[in-house]
Design a protein around this ligand. Structure first.
Ligand code: HEM
Length: 523
């Protein structure tokens, strides 16, 4: 019986597909312009079978050689545009942001899994603008400066945890990144690793990562299929959808309601949510735009936890395999900071451009989101004589841009020097090279709003760890280094495979300074 249902569903799907695609091109392309070039697909299916499920950027690199920097595909009647150059992505997504700032239709996640209200998923429109504004007030450069003290404290606590448990970097990396975000967003102070909030938020992130490829389910293609009972898609689908819904609640309404209750009873410290509650409270006690408050703030954990954890992983890995670069960074830190007998602070950022150069290189060398997050267009557009239909999915091939030889010669070598200018007495950052931050944090109106917090956090964690520790590879029984596997595993974001590292204190004085700063933080 199940087989018959599947066949009937398959036939119905193909029929609907035929109806929707047969006249797709004519009415919307009045000048009959060519579409961006790309591989020729099959009838009806288009390029559905050409799209690789794993590491698609490898295939895109082949297509780039054949078709150029803008590639057009059609998958089951839907237009997909892959952009592999920074210049084109910037012309489309930055300069024509009013057209290219939507997200693709993703019905399983957004409508059936309740994720549609989270900023990273939300369609372009009024709520999108409101949510961006809500976050921007706190995360823009001057807002981000308010978190410098908190970020510095956590960098000291992370260093202290690593002093006590030098083999537990993975655990304490995640713990401190999560703690910072939960404190900033909700005023929640995480006490230990078994914190219920961290577990709830992490299972929400996992439910999304494990759901499968976004936008690829038949329900995403044909809304009507979503009206059928979920069980026809199998037990696995029903369970994953259940987890997705629970995840959406755990990361959205649940922490919001908790914070609201505490704000009303005056028992929680300052946070983004409490400030927004105050800002949007009406005299009659109701709060306006509550779903936008938890849609925007819930996305901060989604957008900022996994990414920042991986960024710090990248720092540790790159220092393990490039001790000479680590040494140079430590010399710069020592020159400025150790002679003042203190630990680094974020106010040292401009005086230590080499640390900033390292961070740029870490994020370029192993991009955390190798294809960014897809954008979508809301109206037909013409680009250099080519036609880009409305509702195209725009894939930004970050991997191609960060390994472009013109911008980053010898791109697979980890080399912070590419950003350094030694022409004057004090080294500085070059202003004539492409800044990888302009690529890896996304584009146009959807560019990462947490960029300034992310960079400040990475900078202070890097400077603190390098002033207190030598980061090394562990040794095997023969005394040989166990080098990490530098392969990354990709889902929505890219992660290194689990690795072991050694944090060896550099000097007694560095440890004393750390202990002293922890005492000050406690007071
Ligand atoms: C190294 C760390 C990070 C990286 C590499 C990163 C990267 C990105 C990228 C590529 C996007 C999609 C941009 C686009 O659609 O063009 C994004 C979106 C977003 N990020 Fe980040 N991010 C990081 C850290 C953070 C942090 C710390 C926060 C919050 C404090 C944050 C909050 C967000 C939010 C809310 C969005 C959704 C924006 C929207 O759809 O309009 N991110 N991020």
């Amino acid at each position: 019986m199940a087989v018959v249902i599947s066949i009937l569903l398959g036939c119905a799907t193909l029929f609907v597909l035929w109806l929707t695609t047969k006249n797709r091109r004519k009415p919307t392309n009045p000048k009959d312009l060519p579409y961006p070039p790309g591989p020729k697909g099959l009838p009806l299916l288009g390029n559905a079978l050409d799209m690789p499920a794993k590491e698609p950027w490898t295939k895109f690199a082949e297509w780039k050689k054949q078709y150029g920097d803008i590639i057009g595909l059609s998958v089951l009647g839907k237009s997909i545009i892959i952009v592999t150059s920074y210049e084109i992505v910037s012309e489309l997504l930055d300069d024509r942001g009013a057209i290219y700032s939507d997200r693709p239709v993703n019905r399983t996640f957004n409508e059936h899994g309740d994720w549609g209200n989270f900023l990273a998923m939300i369609h372009y429109g009024e709520s999108f603008h409101r949510q961006r504004k809500m976050l921007n007030d706190f995360l823009n450069p001057s807002g981000a400066r308010n978190y410098h003290e908190l970020l510095t404290q956590h960098s000291h606590e992370l260093a202290n945890h690593l002093l006590q448990h030098p083999d537990k970097f993975a655990k304490y990396n995640r713990f401190h990144i999560s703690s910072v975000i939960l404190n900033i967003v909700y005023g929640h102070k995480v006490k230990d690793e078994n914190d219920e909030w961290i577990n709830g938020a992490d299972s929400a992130v996992t439910s999304a990562a494990e759901f499968g490829q976004m936008g690829a389910h038949p329900i995403d293609l044909f809304a009507i299929l979503g009206k059928l009972p979920y069980r026809i898609w199998g037990k696995n689908f029903v369970e994953k959808l259940g987890a997705l819904k629970r995840g959406a609640y755990d990361i959205g309404p649940k922490p919001y309601i908790w914070t609201k209750d505490k704000v009303l009873s005056g028992t929680v410290g300052p946070s983004i949510v409490s400030a927004l509650i105050e800002q949007y409270s009406l005299p009659d006690g109701t709060i306006q735009y509550e779903s936008d408050i938890y849609g925007s703030t819930g996305t901060v954990y989604l957008g900022g936890s996994d990414t920042s954890v991986t960024a710090l992983d990248g720092l540790v890995l790159s220092m393990m395999v490039h001790p000479e670069i680590q040494k140079k960074a430590q010399q710069y830190i020592d020159e400025i900071i150790s002679r003042e007998d203190r630990l680094p602070e974020l106010s040292d950022l401009n005086a230590l451009p080499y640390i900033s150069a390292m961070l740029k290189e870490i994020l370029r060398w192993k991009p955390i989101t190798p294809l960014g997050l897809p954008h979508a267009s809301i109206m037909d557009d013409e680009y250099k004589g080519m036609f880009i239909p409305a509702r195209s999915m725009i894939i930004t091939d970050v991997m191609s841009m960060t390994s472009n030889e013109n911008d980053f010669p010898d791109p697979y070598t980890f080399n912070p020097e590419r950003y350094m200018d030694y022409s004057s007495e004090k080294p500085s950052l070059r202003s004539d090279v492409r800044d990888p931050f302009d690529i890896i944090f996304g584009f146009g109106r959807r560019a990462c709003p947490g960029r300034h917090v992310a960079v400040a956090q990475m900078w202070i964690m890097c400077a603190t760890l390098l002033s207190v520790f030598d980061i090394k590879c562990p040794l095997d029984d023969n005394g040989d280094e166990i080098r990490p596997d530098l392969e990354y595993v990709s889902s929505i974001t890219s992660h290194p495979k689990p690795f072991k590292s050694v944090f060896a204190p550099r000097s007694e004085r560095a440890v004393e300074l750390l202990k002293a700063s922890l005492l000050v933080n406690e007071q």
